[in-house]
Design a protein around this ligand. Structure first.
Ligand code: GLV
Length: 320
């Protein structure tokens, strides 16, 4: 049976598949094209395959799934599956899997990196030193905001939200969260569930850890931004379209927010040009799970899901 991997990735994926006596083709589909063109490339790569390991920049649409009529499983090498038409996969009896758990810590660590970088003006300090502008310690130089004693509002209290809560608590922050359901584990480590507006109005830092769904699309738009405490910092390591990026930039321009730390964008890899020149914004290129350890685990998990399904067993991480 034949498995297509749509991007170069850690070798462990290919090794596991070959060890299971599967034929493997690596076909780098890329992401620098229109959705239609990407669909064509995906179809060319995946037609005739029994399984595919995909990445989050691959639009696995109904059109792609319909054209790949041998597919039994799409193993997305990501925890998010918003790039896949899950209803079309279900209708076509195609199993979809993701990689939960193994990227929780890495994403929480990156969230803390953004949170610290933006509140303590790390990039501005770095630029000052590199640019020769550091002329000696000064009591008023590059003052940031303390985290200790401040309130962190977490939107979406799943695995990653909880891992962020634990880390932020170690920094002395008070944790509140907004989530559809009560997260008992988070509550037992001191986080408190409150309403969305309450979270917006009272948090000093807000960090987003929800999946992108029709319900969360533009959850943080102009109305929500207007409710945020003046000077609030917004961190997004989840998915760009949860935030209305234009409204965010307007809020930053009008000094409603203190700053933002972004790892994800509405229309990746495009970044709203006005963000580029803002000093109180830290911009990363979707690095949440980008550690050697985590990417190895993700690739391995995707391969093990493919092997399970092609051997007639239940997938380890079936979505939906
Ligand atoms: C990364 O963004 C993921 O969903 O794994």
């Amino acid at each position: 049976m034949r498995v297509v991997i749509t991007s170069r990735m850690p070798a462990v994926a290919e090794e596991l598949l070959r060890a299971a006596r599967l034929e493997v083709a690596i076909d780098e589909v890329g992401h620098d094209a229109s959705e239609e063109r990407l669909e064509e490339r995906l179809i060319a790569a995946m037609a005739g395959a029994d399984a595919a390991i995909t990445v989050l920049t691959n639009p696995i649409t109904a059109t792609v799934l319909a054209a790949c009529n041998q597919l039994q499983v799409v193993a997305n090498c990501a925890v998010g599956t918003n790039n896949i038409d899950l209803a079309a996969a279900r209708a076509g009896n195609i199993v979809v899997t993701n990689t939960p758990g193994v990227l929780t810590e890495a994403t929480a660590e990156l969230t803390m990196a953004l949170l610290l970088a933006v509140t303590r003006r790390v990039l501005e300090g770095d630029s000052m030193v590199r640019g020769g502008g550091f002329e000696g310690w000064h009591p008023l130089m590059l003052l940031g905001s303390s985290l200790s004693g401040k309130r962190l509002g977490i939107i979406g209290m799943g695995r990653i939200g909880r891992a962020v809560a634990i880390r932020a608590r170690a920094f002395g922050m008070e944790i509140v969260y907004f989530s559809r359901s009560r997260a008992d584990e988070a509550e037992s480590s001191g986080a408190r569930r409150i309403g969305f507006d309450d979270l917006l109005e009272t948090s000093d830092v807000i960090s987003i850890h929800a999946p992108l769904t029709p319900d969360t699309h533009h959850l943080v738009a102009a109305a929500a931004l207007a409710k945020m405490k003046r000077g609030c910092f917004l961190i997004n390591t989840a998915r760009g379209p949860i935030v209305d990026e234009r409204a965010l930039v307007d809020a930053l321009e009008n000094n409603l927010l203190g700053g933002a730390g972004l790892d994800v964008y509405e229309d990746e890899p495009r970044v709203e040009p006005r963000l580029i020149t803002m000093k109180n914004v830290v911009l990363l290129p979707h690095l949440g799970s980008a550690t050697v350890e985590t990417r190895n685990e993700m690739a391995s998990m995707a391969a093990r899901n493919v092997i399970a399904v092609l051997s007639g067993r239940q997938a380890l991480n079936q979505v939906g």
